[in-house]
Design a protein around this ligand. Sequence first.
Ligand code: SAH
Ligand code: AVI
Length: 334
Amino acid sequence: MGIATDAPDPVQIDVHLRDGTLASLADDVRKGLSRYPRELPPKYFYDARGSELFEQITELPEYYPSQVEQEILDAAGTRIVELVRPAEIVELGPGSARKTTALLQPMIELEPGGRYIPVDVSETAVQDCAARLVATYESLAVHGVVGDFERHLDRIPQQSGRRLITFLGGTIGNLDHPRRSALLSALRALLGPDDRLLVGTDMVKDRERLEAAYNDSAGVTAEFNRNMLRVINDNLEGDLDPEMFDHVAFYNEHARRIEMWLRAREDVSARIAALGMDVDFEAGEEIRTEISCKFTRDMLTREYSAAGLEPVAWYTDADGLFALSLTGPAAATD
Ligand code: SAH
Ligand code: AVI
């Protein structure tokens, strides 16, 4: 006998990438490799392999941001949920969403039947976290969005109750100031009066600790960095040899950011067939693949204020290595 089920599927996933992404990858690669300095956007690290490599990074002893953010969430997750009382959590760039459990668990305990909306460019990340979470929380609905949080915020499903938007991991630091300010303003526009935004940020600290986190002794970050070239090869019929490029990561103190580059070990000639493009690198020539900005509390307060957001609460670890800021829409001043 078949089992009749009228229950709605607890998982729905909308995919807004694929063809569009290929077009934007093509565009970003054509432009990014034609200008100086050469530069590629970090969102292209995250195919299935890149997402898996990032997960390995989170386990590295040197990569303190994941461990410390987890500690802060473990200590403050229930308090945050009691303060906001969300019916749903929208998360930008969740990856595996492992840390988000510290918010989902109390949300469900407070009121079963909530909804989780992960928004990530990595299709495997959205699928895997959705499957794991509905298996863990019987009453949770997951509506995944495979999309770019800089382009597809309008595809986030209609709100069904008070909303907490989370942006964890310090991923906001992978955007430069103009892009952060555009994203924060767009997020502000999504918030109703009782909705809240929770952002994780890595804080300014000593160079040694920062540089160690991006130059791990196991070489995982180097592989993650080189994965960008594999993504180009796989999607645009390229023949860039990742082994011909060294991983370079350093703290640019003036700009308060880690910069990751790929540096050609010797002269390299490559073809990206889908673009009809030949690219030549002289030995030592570099491509910037990521910036990872570090913050102070003052910088954040100013950036939030400029986006129409006001501080609600601040959570950090004893050493102030990483912070979570909870903000809400600023009261109208007119
Ligand atoms: N929040 C998780 C994962 C951080 S890794 C953590 O803290 O461990 C960054 C995540 O953001 C990846 O899953 C990546 O696929 C996603 N991402 C990066 N740029 C994105 C973009 N422009 N739009 C949507 N997701 C993006
Ligand atoms: C996702 N993002 C916040 C990470 C970071 O630290 O900037 C990505 C990363 N790059 C190298 N290691 C980790």
